[in-house]
Ligand binder design. Structure first.
Ligand SMILES: NC(=O)C1=CN([C@@H]2O[C@H](COP(=O)(O)OP(=O)(O)OC[C@H]3O[C@@H](n4cnc5c(N)ncnc54)[C@H](O)[C@@H]3O)[C@@H](O)[C@H]2O)[C@H](O)CC1
Ligand SMILES: [K+]
Length: 447
C-alpha cells in the first residue's frame, strides 16, 4: 500500500496531519524466498560487512549510514556529531587581546591586501548567516539592528542587508552616522530596500513588543571607557531587555564581536552590562568572550589567511562546508516540547493526487531532487522480527518501477534477518523542506 501524505492546514485553520490518498499496490508479487533481497539485475550486488548492532538501548547512526548501512559504535557516532558541528570547546580556541585584534586588522588591510569593505562584507554576512542558523525566520521575523559609529556598526549595516535578502524584516537604528563613502554607501543600499531607519527617540522603551531579535552592533574591539550618549541609553535598553526572566517572551540579543559596553578583555566588569543570548565573534574571539555565558557562541569572518594564523598561533575551529560561521562551545540543550513548526503548505486533496501511485511518487521524488534536497532517496525502513520486535534504520532507495521499490542489503544484516523471518516491512520518505512524506506499509519481496 502506498499512502501519499502532505502536512497542511485545512480551511478552518485547524492543523491537520493527513488528508490521505491511499493506494494499494503489491510490492511483493514474487515474494517467496528467504533469505531475501539480493538486488535484481541490472543493479550491482553490494556486500557490506556489518558488526552486529547493539542489542539494547539506542543505536547511534552516523549521517552516512544510509549509504553504507553501518552501525558505528555510540562513541564513533558522537565523535562524528562533534566534528560536524565543529563544537570546539571554548577553552581550546584562541582569544585575542584588544591589541592583537587591532594589529590583525591592520595587517589584513595593509600587507595582506584586504580592503575594509571586503572584510566588513564578510563579517556582516557571517553575522546574518549565524543569526539565521539559530533564529528561524518563521518565528523571528522583525530584526532591530542597533549600529554604532565604527566598523562594528558597519558590520551591522551589512548584516541588515543580508537578513533582508534572507527574508527577515530588518529595522536599523543608526544614530551616529559616519560621513565616509563606505558607510553612506551601505545606508543607500538599505534605503533602496526600503529598510526603515528608526531614530533613537522612536524606539519603545520596551523592545519586546515590536521586535523578534535585537542585534547589538554598537561597539567592537576599539571600545574603551564608558559609553557616551546616545549609546549609554541604548545599552541600558538592552540591559533591561536581557533581565526579563523568561527568555522565550522577549527578543534574543545578538552581539556582534563584543557585547557593547563590555571591557574588550575583562568582560562585563560591573556585572550590570548586556547579557546577550548570542555572540558572533569575528576573526577570533576576544578575551572578553571567555565571560560569555549565553547559549549561542559563533565564530565568523572566514577570511583569516595562514600568515595571520601562524603569526598569532590561532587555534580556531574549522568552518563546515561552505558555511560563513561556525558554532564555538557546546550545543545548548533543547526543550523538545517547545519545538514546533507552522505548516503553511497548500492543501493536498484527493482529487489532486494522480491515479497511479507510482506516477505520484515519481513526480514528488523528481520535485524533491530538483529542489536540491539532500539525499531525497533516503528512506526509513522498518522491519519486524519473528518475535514482533520492530526496528528502523535509514537506507537509500536504489530504484523504483511498477514492481516496487528497491534497496540493497546483504544477507547478514539485521534487516535481512528480520525480513527472512517476517516479510512485513514499512518504508517512509520524509521530505521536510517540501512538507511531504510518503508512507509505504508493505510486504517485502526477494529481488
Ligand atoms: N578583522 C576583523 O575582525 C574585522 C572586524 N570588523 C569589525 O570592526 C570592529 C572594530 O571596528 P572599529 O571601527 O575599530 O571599532 P568599533 O566599532 O569598536 O568602534 C569604534 C568607534 O566607537 C567609538 N567609541 C569608542 N569608545 C566609545 C565610548 N566609550 N563611547 C562612545 N563611543 C566610543 C570610537 O570613537 C569609534 O567611533 C570589530 O569589532 C568588528 O566588529 C570589521 O568590520 C571587519 C574586519
Ligand atoms: K557589539
Amino acid at each position: 500500500m502506498l499512502t501519499a501524505v502532505s502536512k497542511f492546514r485545512n480551511k478552518s485553520g485547524l492543523a491537520s496531519t493527513t488528508r490521505v490518498m491511499p493506494f494499494f499496490l503489491s510490492t511483493s508479487a514474487t515474494a517467496t524466498a528467504t533469505p531475501l533481497c539480493p538486488p535484481p539485475s541490472p543493479y550491482p550486488s553490494p556486500h557490506f560487512r556489518l558488526p552486529s548492532p547493539p542489542r539494547r538501548g539506542l543505536a547511534f547512526l552516523a549521517a552516512s549510514a544510509p549509504q553504507r548501512d553501518l552501525f558505528p559504535t555510540p562513541r564513533q557516532a558522537m565523535a562524528s556529531l562533534a566534528t560536524s558541528t565543529a563544537a570546539a570547546a571554548a577553552a581550546e580556541v584562541t582569544h585575542l587581546s584588544q591589541r592583537d585584534a587591532a594589529d590583525i586588522d591592520e595587517q589584513l588591510m595593509g600587507p595582506l591586501g584586504f580592503s575594509v569593505d571586503q572584510l566588513m562584507e564578510l563579517a556582516g554576512l557571517s553575522v546574518a548567516t549565524a543569526v539565521a542558523e539559530v533564529y528561524k525566520l518563521s518565528e523571528h521575523t522583525r530584526v532591530l539592528i542597533i549600529c554604532g559609529p565604527g566598523n562594528n556598526g558597519g558590520d551591522g549595516l551589512v548584516a541588515a542587508r543580508h537578513l533582508y535578502h534572507f527574508g527577515y524584516k530588518p529595522f536599523v537604528c543608526y544614530p551616529k552616522r559616519t560621513a565616509k563613502p563606505l558607510y553612506s554607501g551601505l545606508v543607500t543600499q538599505l534605503e533602496s530596500l526600503a529598510i526603515p531607519f528608526v531614530p533613537v527617540e522612536d524606539l519603545p522603551q520596551d523592545l519586546s513588543g515590536q521586535y523578534d531579535i535585537v542585534i547589538d552592533a554598537m561597539f567592537g574591539f576599539s571600545f574603551h571607557g564608558t559609553p557616551r550618549p546616545p549609546f549609554d541609553d541604548l545599552i541600558q535598553m538592552l540591559v533591561s531587555l536581557s533581565v526579563v526572566g523568561d527568555s522565550a517572551k522577549r527578543p534574543p540579543i545578538v552581539s556582534v564581536d563584543i557585547p557593547s559596553g563590555w571591557h574588550v578583555e575583562e568582560g562585563d566588569v560591573s556585572g550590570g552590562g548586556i547579557k546577550p543570548d548570542m555572540l558572533v565573534s569575528l576573526t577570533a574571539p576576544k578575551l572578553c568572550a571567555k565571560k560569555f555565558t549565553g547559549p549561542h557562541h559563533f565564530l565568523g569572518g572566514r577570511f583569516v589567511p595562514p600568515p595571520i594564523s601562524s603569526k598569532y598561533g590561532l587555534e580556531l575551529p574549522p568552518y563546515p562546508g561552505t558555511s560563513m560561521c561556525v558554532r564555538i562551545g557546546k550545543v545548548p540543550s533543547v526543550d523538545i516540547s517547545s519545538l514546533r513548526e507552522n505548516y503553511i503548505s497548500p492543501e493536498l486533496l484527493e482529487n489532486q493526487v494522480m491515479p497511479n501511485p507510482f506516477d505520484q511518487f515519481r513526480t514528488w521524488f523528481d520535485e524533491a531532487v530538483t529542489a536540491g534536497l539532500r539525499e531525497p532517496n533516503a528512506m526509513a525502513l522498518t522491519t519486524v522480527n519473528k518475535a514482533g520486535k520492530p526496528s528502523s534504520r535509514m537506507v537509500l532507495l536504489k530504484g523504483v518501477d511498477k514492481q516496487g521499490f528497491v534497496w540493497y542489503t546483504n544477507y547478514g544484516s539485521q534487516k535481512a534477518h528480520d525480513l527472512s523471518e517476517n516479510s512485513n516491512a514499512a518504508l517512509l520518505f520524509y521530505w521536510n523542506e517540501m512538507n511531504r512524506q510518503v508512507i509505504l506499509p508493505t510486504a517485502c519481496a526477494t529481488g
